[in-house]
Every structure is written in structure tokens, then in C-alpha cells.
Design a protein around this ligand. Sequence first.
Ligand code: CP3
Length: 413
Amino acid sequence: MGKRKFRRLSPYGMALSKKGSGLGNGGGAGERRRFYRGSMQETLTKPKPEGNDADPKADVGTALRARGLEHLPNRRERMVKALNYLPVDRPPVWLMRQAGRCLPEYVALRRKHSFRDLIRTPELATEVTLQPIRRFGFDAAILFSDILVIPEAMGQSFRFRDNGGVEMESQVKDLADIRKLLEVGVSERLQYVADALKLIKPNLHNRTALLGFAGSPWTLANFMLEGGSAKRFGKARDLFLRDHHTYNLLAGKLTAAVTEFLQMQIACGVDAVQIFDSVGGDLPGAEFEAASGKWIEMIVSHLNGQVPVIVYSKGTRAWDALAKTGANVIGIDQGIALEEAERRLPRDIGIQGNLDPEMLINSTPVEVAAETRRLLELMRDRNGYIFNLGHGVPPTAKMENLEALVMTVQDFL
Ligand code: CP3
């Protein structure tokens, strides 16, 4: 059982021999390592279309196993360390919207069940959460749900439009509508999320981190006042500028609901939570703190450091206000150079992102691998870097590009 020493090759033909001893984390002697130069597709066993993951090895990720990398440090440990700004062997990787329409196994399941059924049926939500873990061996799984379950639990349900986007059943228009929103009983009505988390957790065998999430009050207010998706959100900002008092009443109710919801997720054992402030960047910098940042800050402070918090505020460049939220990690979108974001944020805050999701559609695997490596190199000497995209995986992402991204991070030494 001697130490193994060999040059590692990425599937894109790059010799990866720096810090070669990083591999000495196990792996039995005589185990054959295989390198792939093409798509991993043929090496993937067909994921089970439904049901729970009974095989404790299954969550290791077919791709990692095929390359003999399953013995590398526990992925949950790696993610938790990075979230806590501790050194790691390589940055952990997960992707926003890693579960969903980019995966054929999701599309197959979705043919049989509505999105609503998928998120409201704990067994199905568990299956969909685990699909990307089985396929790619990500370091973290994210609960399969949606930010809009909060408005729904407050009395404003939603549906999907045939031509894309979401539509809320009703529109929150005025003070009277805001007063009607239910504050009490939100977590009881979201019991299905707790049930899903309780099922997901043991299926990760403590080897993959589990992330919970919620939308930010500002982002939820945008969807609620607009009555669904909009090309340009404007109503929440109008309300914020016109009538602070009424906006604050709505944001305050949402802050209470989101806090309660995240507390429930923490009680179910999530390792960290992410707050999605997807339309934070629609606010001019000077307004960000009052309309969004301070409500996020309130949520973070109520969570009291029980788990690390990732704040993803797309397009927001109000760095001081972002840091002031108390986030442990800030998610960075693709609209800014990673090195600039890194320069502008305090050194003790972790950074997540920011590979351009468009690359997954329009570039080649070699280009994706090169860009992934460039970002990893930029962050090489910084603790608390978590590899991710600048926004969610697009439904039309090419599988071979996702593979190139994941393998490049997993092979990074
Ligand atoms: O990241 C994950 O893998 C976990 C699951 C997740 C979903 N939505 C599943 C989903 C998460 C974290 C979200 C967050 C979410 N939902 C956000 C914030 C992140 C972001 O993308 O900015 C927002 C703004 C929403 C609201 C939402 N959900 C919209 C506007 C839509 C319709 C547009 C679309 O993408 O179809 C959704 C639907 C949705 N949420 C789908 C999935 C997998 C597609 C549903 C389907 O299968 O038809």
C-alpha cells in the first residue's frame, strides 16, 4: 500500500502536476485511474429515474468514481471549510440551478410530474436534489424548491406560464393587500420542505454538504408586486420610493417569514443557507441598503451564526452594503471581473462565482475548462473561494460543458 505518485491529466490534455501530493488522501494501491479525453457521457451509469438513493456509494458521483477520485477528502468537509474561510485542498464546487432542466433525468421526471408536485412531494424533491450529485459529485447539494414558496405560504400562490416565467395568482397592489399577507403559520405551510430536507440529509451520508435557501425580501417583493416574472421589474422600486412606510411593512413581513423559514431549514440540518437577491442589482447603489441590504442583514443577524450564510445579490456593486449584511460568503455574478470583486470585498469574506453561464451554451468544453482554470488560478491563494456560476445553469447548457467545468475543478491541484 504505497503512496501513489503520478502526473494527473485533465480530460483536456493539460498536465496537472503541481502540488502533486494533494492526491495522497487515500485511494487503495493498485486502483486504476482512468483519464478521459472526450465526453464522460459513456462512463455514466444511467441514473435511477426515481426513488431514494439507497446505495451509500451512489452519492460519490459516477464521474468521480470513474476517475478513481472518490477517496479524496469528504466533500461536505471541503465545502464547510471554505464557507468558514479555512484552507482547502481545492475550492468546492456546486452550481446554482444544478438540478433542473439542464439534466435529462430531470426532464424525464418532469414529464410525469408538474414542478409543483416535484417541490411539494418530499420523495420527488429528494430525488431531484440528488440527481446532480449522482451525476457530478458536487461538493454541495441544494434543496430543490423555489423562492416563490414564501409568497405562496403567505397566501399568494403561483403558476408557470406556458411561454416561460411565473405568474402569481394575484398581485399585491396596495397596503390592504400587504396587510392581508399571512405571517403566522408560514413554516407549518412549508412543512413539505422540512420533510424533504429530512429525507435528503441521510441520503447525502454526511459526505456532501446540504444547502438551504430563500429569496431576499426585496426580490420576493418584486415578484409579488409585479404579479410574476417581468422583463423589467419596476413596481417594487416605485413603492419603495413613493411610500417607504408601506414598502417597509411588506419587507418587514417578508423578513419575518424568510427568517422563520430559514430557521426551519437549519433545524433540519442544512450546512449553510443562501439568500437569493436576484434583482438586487436593479437598485441604484445608493438605494440598495435601505431597500434590500438592511433586510438581509436583519435575517442574517437573526440566524445568529448557526450556519454560514451566502448572499447572492445579482448585479449589486454596493460592496460596503453587501459586506454589512453579515454574509459569510458573497455570490458574484458574471457582470464583473472576479479579481475586481475580490479587491473590493474585505479579506475575511468568502467569494462564490462567477463563471458566465452563457459559456455553458455557446462555448466548447476546452474553452469552459480554460476559463474555469483561470478563475481557480486567480483565487488560488485566497481562502473561502467556492466555485460556481455567475447565475443559474441555463436549461440549454451543454452537458459536455458542465462536465468540463466540474472535472476541471475536481482535478485542480
Ligand atoms: O438551484 C437549484 O438547483 C435549486 C432549485 C431552485 C429553483 N429555483 C428551481 C426551479 C432555486 C434555488 C430557485 C431559485 C429561484 N426561483 C430564483 C432565484 C435564483 C435566480 O435564478 O435568480 C428565482 C428568481 C426563482 C423564481 C422562478 N422559478 C422563476 C422566475 C421561474 C420560471 C422561469 C424558469 O426558469 O422556468 C422558476 C421556475 C423554476 N425554479 C424551475 C426550476 C427547476 C423550472 C421549473 C420547470 O421545471 O419547469
